[in-house]
Design a protein around this ligand. Structure first.
Ligand SMILES: Cc1cc2nc3c(=O)[nH]c(=O)nc-3n(C[C@H](O)[C@H](O)[C@H](O)COP(=O)(O)OP(=O)(O)OC[C@H]3O[C@@H](n4cnc5c(N)ncnc54)[C@H](O)[C@@H]3O)c2cc1C
Length: 382
């Protein structure tokens, strides 16, 4: 057929999209997958490494090991995107396609939280989370504040999970009574679309003495006094600050003029941008669903099916349904599952668990993606 799809970013969205196109067309469709990183790391693996459950080496899935027919991986930094021409500039040259898929995720702007770089720790990047492994292992007590500056941020349950995983770790080490844990979030409840899961989390916060500060944010960290200044005018002293940095699209996406209000505009049902045959999926796109891998991959599946139909000159009607399943760590290896449906009129956010039994489901979630994307066996915690 001689068509080419250029996929920008090999994260949750880019890997899923290129795997589906490979399954559909084998070597008959030229898929170029571009990413600047050495490999892929699941978001949840960052917490697993940070809390000492596994190692950074174990959770890195190297792109050189991905062998999907028809897919060529190019390790390069994307430096310019011309959506009209469906062409990208990279440190390995330029690439032009019949279709372009922007799946570049979200970046972090640490400087938007004054003091964070000086006296706090962000735990959302790989480097930040991995470095915290040693910091947490050496922590011998004090006030811990887990704070968010602004939404949207990836995986809304992750800060609550961090509070409960920290509580479990400190209890295991016998130093919980020497610590306070405060969680500051600009939402009225921990998981806004799920009253069930939020109620369960609030109950566990109360049981485990996690101080919950809803409807406010952390504006800055006072470097001298080591207090977090909150949007509601109050202040929380900290010995250890774990922060979710402000999210933004990667600079190249903005510089290429692809954003409206900070994100790439798409039709939420088709994932098409205003430029013909250019799609955007996952965290960089303004879809109306939370920034999470489960949503990125389902969006990618829709975009892949739409592209497949066009490659075959067929009318395609694949539509994204806004649904996804999130796993929530409750500490002590107990996992809850929330099913969310952002576009439908069915009840939203029903919670299953938490239970030890659901941990196997989460393991299989990660293992099945690695099997599909990298053709090998893997256990998330090992
Ligand atoms: C602590 C934490 C826990 C999480 N837990 C979960 C969870 O349990 N479940 C869940 O579903 N989601 C979870 N997430 C969210 C999830 O990781 C992201 O939402 C998901 O990875 C988004 O997929 P994506 O394809 O849009 O972007 P990404 O997976 O971030 O991929 C984007 C890719 O683009 C590449 N890139 C960016 N800029 C350039 C450039 N200029 N040139 C070349 N390459 C570039 C990056 O290297 C990256 O590989 C978590 C996130 C965090 C931080």
């Amino acid at each position: 057929m001689g068509k080419r799809v250029v996929v920008l970013g090999a994260g949750f969205g880019g890997l899923e999209l290129s795997s589906i196109l490979s399954e559909e067309f084998g070597g008959d469709l030229d898929v170029v997958l571009i990413d600047k990183s050495e490999g892929f790391v699941f978001g949840f693996s960052k917490l697993d490494v940070m809390f000492g459950r596994t190692t950074a080496e174990h959770v890195l899935h190297r792109y050189k090991d991905a062998v999907n027919p028809g897919v060529t991986f190019v390790r390069a930094e994307i430096t310019g995107i011309d959506a009209q021409a469906k062409r990208v500039e990279t440190t390995a040259g330029s690439f032009e396609g019949d279709f372009l898929v922007i799946a570049l995720g979200a970046d972090y702007d640490v400087s938007r939280t004054p003091g964070l770089a000086e006296v706090g720790h962000e735990f959302y990047s790989e480097a930040g989370a991995f470095a915290l492994r040693e910091t947490l292992a050496a922590f011998d007590g004090g006030n811990v504040v887990i704070g968010i500056t602004a939404g949207p941020f990836k995986c809304p349950p992750a800060p609550s999970e961090t509070a409960l995983m920290l509580d479990a770790m400190l209890r295991e080490r016998g130093i919980r009574e020497l610590c306070t844990i405060s969680l500051v979030m600009p939402f009225p409840r921990p998981i806004p679309p799920s009253p069930d899961a939020s109620a369960a989390l609030l109950e566990v916060f109360a049981e485990r003495d996690v101080a919950w500060h809803p409807d406010t944010n952390v504006r800055s960290l006072d470097v001298e006094e080591r207090v977090a200044r909150l949007g509601d005018g109050s202040a929380l002293p900290f010995d250890l600050y774990l922060g979710v940095p402000v999210h933004r699209v990667p600079a190249v996406v903005e510089a290429s003029g692809l954003t409206v209000d900070g994100w790439v505009p798409v039709d939420p049902r088709t994932l098409e941008t205003p430029w013909p045959d250019v799609f955007a999926v996952g965290d960089c796109a303004a879809v109306g669903t939370p920034r999470a891998g489960v949503f990125a991959e389902r969006q990618a599946a829709t975009a892949a099916r739409r592209i497949a139909s066009r490659v075959r000159d067929e009318a395609g009607d694949a539509a994204y349904d806004g649904r996804g399943i999130c796993y929530i760590e409750f500490g002590g290896d107990e996992i809850g599952i929330v099913e969310v449906d952002f576009f439908g009129d069915r009840p939203r956010g029903t919670l299953q668990g938490p239970s030890l039994a659901l941990a196997a489901d989460k393991q299989e979630f990660g293992a099945s993606r690695v099997r599909r994307w990298f053709a090998r066996e893997w256990q998330p915690v090992g």
